[in-house]
Write a new protein. Structure first.
Length: 456
């Protein structure tokens, strides 16, 4: 398993700001124990677009913040705000707001600017959202994990562009019906709420896993680090010799998707599948009491299919310019993901993050779906909720298939098969959620395409 390293943007200093060295800057990042908003920032009013004040001790923003008339993105995570500042709603171009890990209890209507596309309020103390969020019709991404929410305002049914929603680790006893019908919702995480507790317990009871003593593992080089944990290459000392494996040790802290213990439960319950990374056991007797998994070591020929969404792309992954696929490789990759999703939903698991950046693939289209950090449990009884959740995940598959088709070699394979794949993609992306196919139908359609696309 490999994760791409994340390069943090450069952090500026107050001295640079005050000296004028940052004149003309479009981005400013200050993390130096600030207790008040530095007025010198207003000197950048004609250019500043991204302002990051995370990791300070701020509890308020100036009432004239809108003087930063070009400001599109503001981060104030890990500060001391008890209320989302209303001045944000007066910033004419503000599209992205990030106030993770504060002390926020109140979200006033007035704090939400009309252009809002991306709102991060993870890890706060919010019990209620304002009805005015329904007026944010451009909203695409909403991160609310780790709060005290029991419901969402029905006015949010007007957020018809919403694509990604994180409400894990809250207090929901049910998902609102209107939410399940949102036309573009594709990535939904809701683990750690009362509504999924029974299903999670049942899934774990049905999937016992071997326990592997920490002392039998010899950690090697790190393979990557995600929000929920660190992955190392390792040797598992067992009878018959040492076996190369990957070891993921969970951090235990809340992530933007939810709690790592739910990720671990989903990995364990997912079962064996050619398009899933095999889980060999659960770590026991870790010296610090940490949780972890021992997994199969993925061959070096597998690479990340894409990078995660950028600030500009918001909800869509970022591919390298050189990324392209033959038609047979594309079909194989798409079928693997649809088949894996079919198994997950049959076991009552909604992956919640079916994205190219969570897929490892080889040049011939063999692929592995990873990162269960947003996975949630439900009763796999084939009822209305189970089908609705599956059709939301089908929308995520439609986005993936659209991206693959856009990168298929233009003269490769049968035009008729390509047309059928494009038709399948359009059916999976229907705004009428009830009209979308289920994964069993998608696998059948891809099997037919695979057969018809074989060279004569």
């Amino acid at each position: 398993m490999r994760l791409k390293p994340v390069c943090a943007p450069a952090v500026n200093t107050l001295e640079q700001l005050r000296s004028g060295a940052l004149a003309g800057s479009r981005r400013l990042s200050l993390s130096c124990g600030l207790q008040a908003f530095p007025p010198e920032i207003f000197a950048l009013a004609d250019t500043l677009e991204v302002l990051d004040l995370s990791g300070n001790a701020l509890s308020a923003l100036p009432e004239d913040l809108a003087r930063l008339h070009r400001l599109r993105i503001i981060f104030c995570s890990n500060n001391r705000f008890a209320e989302l500042p209303t001045v944000l709603g007066r910033c004419p171009r503000l599209e992205m707001i990030g106030f993770r890990a504060n002390r926020i209890r109140q979200v006033p209507d007035a704090a939400l600017p009309p252009p809002l596309r991306w709102l991060v309020l993870t890890d706060n103390q919010i019990a209620e959202l304002p009805a005015g969020i329904g007026r944010c019709t451009r909203l695409q991404k909403l991160m609310l994990a780790g709060n005290r929410l029991q419901a969402l305002p029905p006015e949010m049914a007007g957020c018809t562009r919403l694509e990604l929603l994180r409400i894990a680790a809250n207090r929901f006893s049910a998902l609102p019906e209107w939410l399940l019908r949102l036309p573009r919702l594709a990535w939904l995480a809701f683990a750690g709420n009362p509504l999924g507790e029974a299903s999670e317990a049942a899934a774990q009871a049905a999937a016992p896993l071997a326990r592997i003593d920490w002392a039998s593992l010899r950690l090697g080089q790190p393979l990557g680090e995600g929000a929920s944990g660190v992955i190392h290459e390792a040797l598992w000392q067992r009878e018959g010799g040492a076996q190369p494996v990957a070891v993921k040790v969970f951090k235990g802290a809340l992530t933007s998707d939810g709690l790592p213990r739910h990720e671990m439960a989903a990995c364990i319950s997912a079962g064996a599948h050619p398009a899933l990374i095999a889980v060999l056991g659960q770590i026991a007797k870790h010296p610090a009491g940490a949780s972890g998994l021992v997994m199969a070591l993925v061959a070096p020929r597998f690479r990340n299919l894409a990078a995660p969404p950028s600030l500009a792309s918001c909800t869509r992954d970022v591919y390298e310019d050189a990324t392209c696929f033959t038609l047979p490789a594309l079909i194989r990759l798409a079928r693997g993901m649809a088949s894996a999703a079919l198994q997950l939903h049959a076991r009552g698991i909604n992956h919640g993050d079916l994205y190219a950046h969570n897929i490892l693939c080889s040049a011939d289209g063999q692929a592995l779906l990873g990162d269960f950090g947003a996975a949630s449990f439900f009763a796999p009884d084939g009822g209305p909720l189970a089908q609705a959740l599956q059709r939301i995940e089908v929308r995520a598959f439609a986005c993936l298939l659209e991206e693959l088709l856009a990168r298929c070699l233009p003269l490769d394979g049968s035009p008729a098969v390509r047309d059928r794949l494009a038709t399948l993609q359009a059916e999976c992306a229907r705004d009428d959620t009830a009209a979308r196919p289920l994964f069993a139908q998608i696998v059948q359609a891809l099997d037919a395409c695979q057969q018809d696309g074989q060279p004569a």
